[in-house]
Ligand binder design. Structure first.
Ligand code: FAD
Length: 464
């Protein structure tokens, strides 16, 4: 049982008082069940998850966040920071009936310092916000595959980008964090100020407070060689074996993924994908066009049906993985692998055809992802060389158990190669052993949670 599972006993009169406190503090920027807009405000990006909080706060500033945290504390309520709800699946087993869901959707904005190559990003900002602001300065960031994931939610849980094998986990690019802590104060944490909190937030994320702004390093990259290769799934074994072999000698400048994707017949899909299974390799290669093309030659020799690899503007990298552009009901499971030998490739391909699997993915780790930089936080690197990730759709609640069984089977198929590690950003369902994502940092992190949030005010998707 996690701390998040502990029931909180709040008497009825106190609940009425709590609602009053929140109304006084936030006025129309707090919604209760029955209020117009409440249902939309409580609905996360992962629409398979039904969230039933005590209230939804919609702060527009750091001061609003301070007011929410103070009012919740006075009222004996908990606080769950959420920016988009991409990780709502991981919060699904937390009882939110005495919790204020703090939706950071109204706290967005980015300021770029082109000289320092840094960005100050407000707490609810999305990667697309940063990429758009950074591009005119020929800068980019260590974003993930989807542009509508939040910067804070991704970075403070590690963050695996298509630049990862060269530059490491995104969390190591965090320079400072402005956070409202459990005592209702706004604190700036960095290497010199509140260093323990700075260490804990870089992995501990929303378990330690509501982040209202974050300062991050940017990369001096205006464009990147990136794209995808696509074949019919009949070629899955051949393509997967070739990719696995290719990754064994690929330089750290190449970060790629292999996927078997089973598309349902849907009119909104392009005809070449609707009702079809395909195998896809995608990613980025930080080399000259000539060097990147030479590197891709063994994969291109398999004559893909579609080949989009080319030099593209850096912000376009979020389009390469073809993540769903709209809120999506999904369920996922993952594991990290020490290696991906031929037997494992066969198991991966077999699992890609499991009924119920929408996407069976293998991301290539290694390189800088494995290296812990000096001064890193609670999460600064990942052990292991590959990450297997199974995704199922949950079009209606009844489909949940079958989807869970499918994704667990997709990952279990690779069990002989599982490492004792997990990637926190890929924990997206209850039941994962979160300690595996932290390794030796777990014990210190739990101590710091008790020190900074002794009443367990904050409910996070991946609780400490
Ligand atoms: C389509 C898709 C693509 C993805 N691609 C990648 C990828 O390429 N690489 C990768 O590493 N991950 C990827 N992820 C996983 C994603 O990075 C994590 O689920 C991430 O935690 C989502 O952050 P969010 O804020 O958008 O989601 P939310 O569900 O809003 O937040 C998740 C948790 O982060 C914390 N949090 C968020 N905002 C704040 C805040 N302002 N203050 C305090 N705590 C906060 C909270 O604890 C919250 O419970 C992907 C997920 C999806 C669904």
């Amino acid at each position: 049982m996690s701390l998040n599972d502990l029931a909180i006993d709040v008497p009825r009169a106190a609940i009425r008082a709590a609602a009053g406190e929140l109304r006084t503090a936030l006025g129309a920027r707090v919604l209760f069940p029955g209020d117009a807009g409440f249902d939309a405000a409580r609905t996360p990006w992962n629409v398979a998850v039904a969230q039933h909080p005590f209230a939804v706060a919609l702060p527009e500033s750091a001061d609003d966040v301070v007011d929410v945290v103070r009012a919740a504390t006075l009222s004996g309520l908990r606080v769950a920071p959420q920016s988009t709800g991409h990780a709502a699946g991981a919060l699904a087993d937390t009882d939110l009936s005495h919790t204020v869901l703090v939706s950071l959707k109204g706290v967005r904005g980015v300021a770029i310092d082109p000289e320092a190559r840094t960005a100050r990003v407000l707490g609810g900002s999305l990667w697309n916000d940063v990429l758009e602001a950074a591009a005119p300065h020929e800068l980019t960031a260590l974003h993930g595959s989807a542009g509508d994931v939040s910067v804070v939610g991704y970075m403070l849980s590690g963050g695996l980008s298509f630049y990862a094998r060269a530059h490491g986990l995104a969390v190591n690019a965090v320079r400072a964090i402005e956070v409202v802590t459990a005592d209702g104060t706004l604190v700036r944490a960095n290497e010199d100020e509140h260093p323990d909190l700075f260490w804990a937030l870089r992995g501990g994320s929303g378990s330690f407070g509501v982040v209202v702004a974050i300062e991050i390093d940017l990369l001096p990259v205006a464009d990147v060689f990136a794209g995808m290769l696509l074949w019919d799934a009949a070629r899955a074994a051949e393509v997967s074996h070739t990719w696995a072999q290719w990754t064994r000698s690929a330089p750290e400048t190449a970060t790629t993924a292999l996927r078997i994707m089973n598309f349902p017949p849907l009119p909104q899909l392009p005809p070449f994908l609707s009702g079809r299974s395909v195998v896809v390799i995608d990613g980025a290669i930080d080399e000259t066009d000539a060097a990147a093309s030479a590197l891709l030659a063994p994969l291109r020799a398999l004559r893909p049906e579609i080949d989009t690899f080319a030099r593209i503007p850096a912000p376009a990298l979020v389009g390469v993985h073809m993540d769903p552009p709209e809120p999506t009901p999904s369920l996922t499971w993952h594991a990290i692998l020490d290696s991906f030998p031929a037997e494992a490739v066969d198991a991966f391909v077999g699992a890609g055809g499991t009924p119920g699997i929408f996407v069976q993915e293998m991301r290539h780790l290694g390189g800088a992802v494995n290296r812990r930089p000096a001064g890193g936080g609670a999460i600064a690197s990942l052990d292991g060389h590959y990450l297997v990730h199974s995704i199922a759709m949950v079009p209606e609640p009844d489909a949940g158990p079958a989807a869970t069984a499918a994704v667990r089977a997709g990952v279990a198929a690779l069990a002989p190669w599982h490492a004792d590690a997990l990637a926190l950003t890929f924990i997206d369902a209850p039941g994962a052993d979160r300690a595996l994502a932290f390794g030796p940092a777990w014990a210190r992190l739990r101590q710091l949670k008790l020190a900074y949030d002794p009443a367990n005010l904050f409910a996070a998707a991946r609780p400490i």
